[in-house]
Every structure is written in C-alpha cells, then in structure tokens.
Design a protein around this ligand. Structure first.
Ligand SMILES: Cc1cc2nc3c(=O)[nH]c(=O)nc-3n(C[C@H](O)[C@H](O)[C@H](O)COP(=O)(O)O)c2cc1C
Length: 330
C-alpha cells in the first residue's frame, strides 16, 4: 500500500503529522512518535513573547491587543514559561535533525512585525525543514476593521518569508468572514501550506472564583466538520498544500480529510488521549480499509469528494443548508 504523500514539497511516508503540542516539546517524545510511525512533527511553538522577552524588545502592539498575549500565554508549555530560552529551541532542532529521519517543522507563533521575525532565519539555519506560522490575533476593539486584521496576517507572513527559503505554512483559523479569499491572500503572500484549522484556547467562566478563564479542550472527531468543509472547498482552487487539523482522531477521519482534498493531516488530541502507539493502530486501520476498498495509494483518493469532484456540490452550499434545516423532523 502506498501511503506516501507530499506536503509543502516535503515527502512524507504517510499522511500523519504530529501537530504542535507538548507531544513535540521533548526529544524523547518526538523519537517515540517517529518509532510509532509519525511521518513528520511540528514542534511546539516558540512565541513572539518568548523571543522578544529575551531580546527585551516586546512590541507595544502586543499590549495594545492584550488578548493576543493572553491567548498565547494559554499555549505556553509550563516548562518554557520558567525557562524562556529560545536558543534551546534551536539546539533541539539541530539535535533532532541528527537523530531522526522524518521532517521537522518548526512553529512560530506571533502577530507583530517585531524582532521575532528574524528568529525564522535562525530556525532555518538550525535545520528546520519547514516553518509553520500560527498568527493568532483576537481584535476586541470595535473600531478595528476586518481588512486591517487580515493585513496583519499577511504582513507577518511576508516578513517571515523575507528571511527564509524553506517552505512556510500558515495555521489558519476558521473565523475570517471570507476564509477562501483569506486563503488566497496567504498563498499570494507566499504560503506553501495551509493548516485547516487552529483550535483556539477556549474561554470559560469559573463560577467559584467568578472569573473568566482560558482552558484547553481536547477535540473529538465531531470537531472535524469545518476542516472537511474548507478542505473540500479549497481543493485545487489554490496552488498550495492543505493539511487537515482539528478533530483528526481515527483512520476514518484521515480518509475523510484526504478525500476532501487534504494532502496530510495533523493529530494532537488523539495522541494526548491514547499515547504514541495510537499512530500504529490508525496506520494499520487505514491500510486495512484501503485494501478492502481496493485503493492502492493515498494520492489516488485525494480530493475525490471535494467541491470540485463531488456528485453533491450542494453539500457545501447554502441550498443544502436550507433543505437540511427545513426537512428536519423530530
Ligand atoms: C496542550 C496543547 C498544546 C498546544 N500547543 C500548541 C502550540 O504550541 N502551537 C500551536 O500552533 N498549536 C498548539 N496546539 C494546537 C494543536 O497543534 C492543534 O492545532 C489542536 O490541538 C487541534 O488538533 P487536534 O484536534 O488533533 O487536537 C496545542 C494543543 C494542545 C491540546
């Protein structure tokens, strides 16, 4: 069975990339993921706040929209909170490249045009095969225009692209008014890959402390829907690799993502819940399903049920949305 695929020009032995998380924060954990079949890893993010903290250059912009800072803080692995040493991250990449054979994608998380952008070059020099940008900005100012927020993403991507020659992917969120056009703008600005989608840190209210809190909720397969929708819509529309992320837990989820048009998938919650051995089970189940249905390769099924190819394009459009709602009976 040919499970190989290509993502952002990187040859992968199968479609499963382990996404940015504590799973990809230590050498030993990454080694274990490789042994269990991971095709690539996205390292846990280095945050603008970490890099700029060290260089004492925190951009005032971060404090203007302090929510972006809070959002980022929600993601900080505890280990790095007390040890903000972005040099260590570089050393870890070099060590990984010497000891593992799967591609290593570094992850940069930031919003401003501050000094952190230059760090991208250091990641490339350390040996990263590609970069993933997570640009999370949550505008709370009622006067901020959507166009300005979009421009922030484009500017950050362009600035990073000026410093590196390795492929750069962008982990998008699904909250833009026109995600398809935003995807096009990112591709025009130089994105080689789009990760659909980031899973924001959730907001909740602590009723004992009477305070708002941020929590990380793990996903389930039920969270795959937006990823399938937008993979299916964007497939073949843009010259870019697509990576399905959020809600990929089982071999069925991978099949759906690939048939929708994804080139690869990212997995995090499923591995946090079930351990690295889950990768082997999913790969075995994926191969068994493909053999039973007489598929010979991942390539063969890519985009087969996307907007461009489905026999039911209405599934992606408003007409079907109206029918589903009006025909529902209880
Ligand atoms: C504990 C935890 C830490 C995470 N850390 C990061 C991070 O450092 N950078 C990032 O871009 N995404 C981070 N994420 C988001 C994941 O990479 C992924 O996008 C999200 O969990 C959705 O995928 P899933 O449904 O497979 O879990 C984190 C997620 C979790 C659960």
């Amino acid at each position: 069975m040919d499970l190989t695929t290509t993502y952002m020009g990187l040859k992968l032995k199968n479609p499963i990339i382990v996404g940015a998380s504590p799973l990809t924060a230590t050498f030993d954990s990454i080694k274990k993921l490789e042994e269990n079949g991971a095709a690539a890893v996205v390292l846990h993010s280095v945050f603008e706040e970490q890099i700029n903290y060290e260089s004492r250059e925190i951009d005032h912009f971060l404090f203007k929209g302090s929510e972006s800072y809070a959002e980022a803080i929600g993601y900080f692995p505890e280990v790095t909170l007390s040890n903000l040493e972005s040099e260590d991250y570089l050393k870890e990449i070099t060590r990984l490249k010497a000891n593992i054979s799967i591609p290593v994608i570094a992850s940069l998380n930031g919003v401003s045009k501050g000094g952190w952008i230059k760090y991208a070059k250091k990641l490339q020099e350390a040996g990263a095969d590609a970069l993933e940008l997570n640009i999370t900005y949550i505008p709370t100012d009622t006067d901020t225009e959507a166009r300005d927020v979009e421009q922030l993403y484009i500017d950050a991507l362009k600035a990073v692209k000026e410093h590196v020659s390795i492929p750069v992917g962008v982990k998008m969120n699904a909250y833009f008014s026109a995600p398809a056009q935003m995807a096009k703008k990112l591709v025009d600005a130089g994105a080689s890959g789009l990760v659909l989608f980031d899973r924001p840190v959730h907001v909740d209210i602590d009723l004992e402390d009477l305070n708002s809190i941020q929590v990380i909720n793990k996903s389930s397969s039920k969270d795959l829907s937006e990823t399938l929708r937008w993979s299916g819509i964007l497939y073949k529309k843009l010259d870019v690799s697509l990576c399905a992320s959020t809600g990929v837990h089982s071999h069925e989820d991978i099949l759906k993502a690939i048939m929708s048009g994804a080139d690869a998938v990212q997995m995090v919650s499923a591995l946090l819940q079930n351990g690295a051995g889950h990768l082997q089970n999913v790969l075995n189940d994926l191969t068994a399903w493909m053999e039973e249905k007489e598929y010979v390769s991942i390539e063969q099924m890519k985009g087969s049920i996307s907007l461009a190819h489905t026999s039911n394009p209405a599934a992606y459009q408003r007409a079907n949305y109206m029918r589903i709602l009006t025909e529902f009976r209880f």
